[in-house]
Write a protein that binds this ligand. Sequence first.
Ligand SMILES: Cc1ncc(COP(=O)(O)OP(=O)(O)O)c(N)n1
Ligand SMILES: Cc1nc(C(=O)O)sc1CCOP(=O)(O)O
Ligand SMILES: [Mg+2]
Length: 577
Amino acid sequence: MAYAQALCASISYASASFNKVLPQGFPQSKGLSYFVMNSRANQAKQAHICAEIQRERDPMAKDHAGIKVPHVLTVAGSDSGAGAGIQADLKACAARGVYCSTVITSVTAQNTVGVQGVNIVPEEFVAKQLKSVLSDMQVDVVKTGMLPSSGIVKVLHQSLKDFPVRGLVVDPVMVSTSGDVLAAPSVLQVFREQLLPMADIVTPNLKEASALLGSPKLETVGDMHAAAKALHDMGPRNVLVKGGDLPDSLDAIDIFYDGKNIFELRSSRIKTRNTHGTGCSLASCIAAELAKGSSMLQAVKVKYACNDVVLKQFTLAAKHYIEASLDYSRDLVIGNGRQGPFDHFLRLKRNMHSTYRENAFDPSDLFLYAVTDSRMNKKWGHSISDAVKAAVEGGATIVQLREKDIETRDFVEAAKSCLEICRSHGVPFLINDRVDVALACDADGVHVGQSDMPVRVARDLLGPEKIIGVSCKTPVHAEQAWVDGADYIGCGGVFPTNTKENNITVGLDGLKTVCMASKLPVVAIGGIGILNARSVMEINESQLKGVAVVSALFDRECVLTETKKLHSVLMEVTYMK
Ligand SMILES: Cc1ncc(COP(=O)(O)OP(=O)(O)O)c(N)n1
Ligand SMILES: Cc1nc(C(=O)O)sc1CCOP(=O)(O)O
Ligand SMILES: [Mg+2]
């Protein structure tokens, strides 16, 4: 068993590679070469061997079969106002789709005005919490926040030696944004000696960077470059110096240094008071991305040694997410102080309206999505409103007016009459591309593509109640759609189509990949009709709610009959399996 324990530890060390913590007495070089030779096989064995060790620790432990989810453990303080600390970490991880366990180091009485009190949890009890989580759960990445005493830092250091994890993200929380001191001065030394050398990334703001370095205030981008390099010399694999407080800067500039290359990560500053907890959330988000992508990171790190290009990408993803959340939350009012919290889920504003979604969007509305086409209607001599009437009477559950070559005023008129028809059938009515037309006729929402108006802009214009759909061909598109506040995504072209020129076909596999990645309901589109609708729905993805169809309904003499036929195929495949 001693061998198994050493092997498990060596794999945890070397395969994860970004954890520099080995169990006491285990030679580092052995761990790494063992991994390079045996990485794939060992990764597969790792869970099993660790489970064995687990059983040795706890005879009642069980090796449960099932899906292992990415897991971040945050070791931080509680913020009663829930803008920062443990509460922000939980929200950020949940928003990024990662499980988050918590070890609480202190309880603060805090709000948007400041910190009114701090109650530090005894070291032994921090150690107990760490053991509870680390001995039982498969934690991928540990993220640290407020570590208020040197004793607590030492306890954490020892726990990470006893229970190695794959990654360590250190957010060296020292002073709150309201200016309150959150860590004793003696903490700095232990931080430098014990925690920084273990860290995969350390994410200080300007004040924290100068405190760690014992240097004067950082005031320029040049100071930040120098600080990033000096901090890197203290041992972390990567350094992110956050320049949010940099005076006289129009941009928000962060400096990322991986030991070889230095990057200026610039973005425009978002004007908002709601920035409380951005540091905690950013670090948690980096930890979450690491936890999700740790296997990729392993591969890259072995190949490129110390060049942490992937970690830089994770950091960028995290920055992007925080910026999107700040932007969405910029006019939220929570608390009376100078600094409010932000909305990690981009959902709060929607609930402020008592009339919120009077006709609330129900994902099952995507079941049979009729998308009109003016050329087809002309070809068959159908007026737009007659075609829409036939579609809803035949069973369409949502309608989109997609008129590519129509005068704007005709578009608005047609939209108004179609809206009336749809309302009388309780069917949501959306406009393709044109947010202005949707506003003019008070449609239920819009559908936009990747090169149309961005979802976030459309959301700002349309408000929280309207439905916004966005076309997505990749998991990255799907993730962005969710971050931006869309309600559903349209994924295609599932099959080749003549309706949309130069459309890229993603196939059933592409559809499946997007459905698996999407947090939003999905409707499939492109070349779908009665002959192949079954094969689409049979990919059996829970996020796939239906099919969107143009020619199979509208490039036909009788729209009513064709809609009925497609409706019954969908009913059969969905409810009569
Ligand atoms: C439901 C649905 N999904 C996808 C699209 C395509 O939108 P877009 O990519 O903007 O292309 P156009 O429709 O504008 O040509 C859609 N309209 N509806
Ligand atoms: C409008 C549209 N968008 C697509 C996408 O892939 O996003 S495919 C498409 C046309 C769908 O028409 P039909 O049902 O006639 O194939
Ligand atoms: Mg479009």
